[in-house]
Design a protein around this ligand. Structure first.
Ligand code: SF4
Ligand code: SF4
Length: 488
């Protein structure tokens, strides 16, 4: 695949490279409206994704009293993330890692099968750029009308239309920024606070930041982000092979191209009538007849445009088509190569994907409502008390994920005559009682004191047993650690 943007390629070819600027000036793109199955599919995905993005924060999920009822919420002050029935604590950040791995491997799999479908239909840059272009064509008209307007003088009509377009873009951008913040705070409360001008500077900052980035990226930068800034087109070629579906031009059938008049023979010429419809509809302004290019996001709009021309000319459709390199080579020889769904790379991606899904489902279905973190003091390793006994200190963290008070009894085993003490609580006993509040992480300092003669060496293996003091559904945790003492 060509790794240079065509604009750069054209600059380099135009003459002595020393005389040329490094980058060509941006040529504004005026994509033409097009109808067809790819365009309809693109609209359907756009509407679905925008509906999910703007409406998801309004979904409610009853989690009981005192807990947020927003179905999707990242509650930063409470350090909790809610996804419907799943509640993720900061200690379970590995679930987020799992989600990122799932997203990445899923993208690799889809790309190796169907090419740049992410770029074409689901990337936020594509979705919002498409929406902004739709606004533009609604206000200014189709390609030719927009080009005429931009070439003409600054009349009142032009000023009014430009102001209208940029105002609508800013409103959409502000709604986008506002919706983003709603994933981090209660959506209805945020709207009420915004209407009452009663929001924090942090909220205003994030809304302003996402408003500005949406406006700049979808309204101004557009295809330049894909061509010059996004790393994904650069390394997605590693997922492509001869069986990957890409948008291709059948040059063996289209060339030699040329204008065609009604009644002219199709003998000794190709089916491409050089109408440039495939170029005019392209959102990145390229000519698919030049072959695979980094700028091609694989949206298929040129397929819709060319098929319309082929239908008009009563020629077979698919001069520009979604196809594999293998099938293209076979079709040029009058044969066909069926699409290969199962290939070594797709099987590897599917295998990794299934493994990560299975691990996450297992982790979520077997997760405990109780977690214990134990940290032994390193400095000092031990203390010798005035009566000759040895004392070690430990920090206990009990994570109670239930929305109820819980009581636990802590005992220690492994050293004869060892006693337990808790900072601010009981000392010298065989067991300690801990009470934890609902939905909280509680921290305790625990000291174990043992007679020197009970120690088996410099380090003695011991176990803490935390038993829930409840009749039913109790959870017990055993934590193995060591007790340090002086050299024998
Ligand atoms: S060349 Fe075709 S598939 Fe590629 S971006 Fe342009 S219109 Fe979309
Ligand atoms: S739309 Fe089809 S016929 Fe027209 S220039 Fe493109 S490839 Fe050729």
């Amino acid at each position: 695949m060509d790794t240079l943007p065509s604009s750069l390629g054209k600059t380099a070819k135009a003459g002595n490279a020393d005389d040329q600027p490094l980058y060509a000036n941006r040529a504004r793109i005026y994509p033409q409206k097009v109808a067809g199955p790819f365009r309809r599919f693109k609209w359907a995905v756009l509407i679905l994704l925008l509906a999910i993005y703007y409406l998801a924060p309004w979904l409610r999920w009853d989690r009981g009293p005192g807990v947020p009822d927003q179905a999707l919420l990242i509650d930063m002050p409470a350090r909790r993330a809610y996804f419907f029935f799943i509640e993720i604590w900061p200690q379970e950040i590995y679930y987020l890692t799992g989600l990122l791995v799932l997203g990445a491997v899923g993208l690799f799999l889809v790309t190796s099968l169907f090419g740049r479908v992410w770029c074409a239909y689901t990337c936020p840059q594509t979705v919002w750029t498409d929406l902004f272009m739709w606004v533009e064509s609604l206000v200014e008209g189709d390609r030719n009308a927009r080009m005429r307007l931009d070439k003409g003088p600054w009349t009142a009509e032009r000023i009014v239309k430009k102001v209208a377009i940029h105002s609508i873009w800013i409103v959409i951008s502000a709604l986008t920024g506002g919706a983003w913040v709603m994933y981090f705070t209660d959506a209805p409360t945020l709207v009420v606070n915004l209407l009452n001008f009663h929001v924090t500077n942090a909220v205003l900052f994030f809304i302003a930041m996402f408003t500005a980035t949406t406006y700049l990226l979808a309204g101004i930068a557009r295809e330049q982000l894909c061509v010059y800034m996004c790393p994904w087109p650069r390394f997605q070629a590693a997922m492509f092979d001869e069986e990957t579906l890409t948008v291709t031009y059948e040059d063996w059938r289209g060339e030699p191209r040329g204008k065609h008049k009604a009644g002219d023979s199709w003998e000794d010429r190709g089916h491409c009538v050089d109408c440039l419809q495939c170029v005019n509809v392209c959102p990145t302004g390229i000519d698919i007849r030049d072959g695979s290019q980094l700028e091609c996001i694989g949206c298929g709009l040129c397929i819709d445009a060319c098929n319309r021309i082929m239908r008009r000319l009563d020629l077979p459709q698919g001069l520009v088509r979604l196809d594999t390199v293998s099938n293209q080579a076979a079709r040029a020889e009058g044969k066909s190569a069926p699409f290969q769904l199962l290939r070594p790379r797709t099987l590897v991606y599917a295998g990794i994907l299934s493994m990560v899904v299975a691990l996450m489902v297992f982790g979520l279905t077997t997760r405990s409502t109780l977690d214990v973190n134990l940290l032994r003091d390193r400095n000092p390793l031990f203390v010798t008390l005035s009566d000759g006994t040895i004392r070690n200190g430990y920090t206990f963290k009990i994570i109670n994920r239930l929305r109820a008070d819980r009581e636990f009894i802590l005992t220690v085993s492994g050293i004869e005559g060892a006693t337990l003490g808790v900072l601010g609580g009981s000392t010298g006993s065989r067991a300690a009682v801990f009470s934890t509040k609902p939905d909280r992480v509680e921290t305790y300092r625990v000291f174990i004191t043992a007679p020197r003669q009970s120690l088996t060496g410099e380090s003695t293996d011991i176990s803490f047993v935390l038993e829930e003091d409840a009749m039913e559904n109790s959870e017990n945790v055993i934590q193995d650690t060591v007790f340090m003492g002086p050299k024998k």
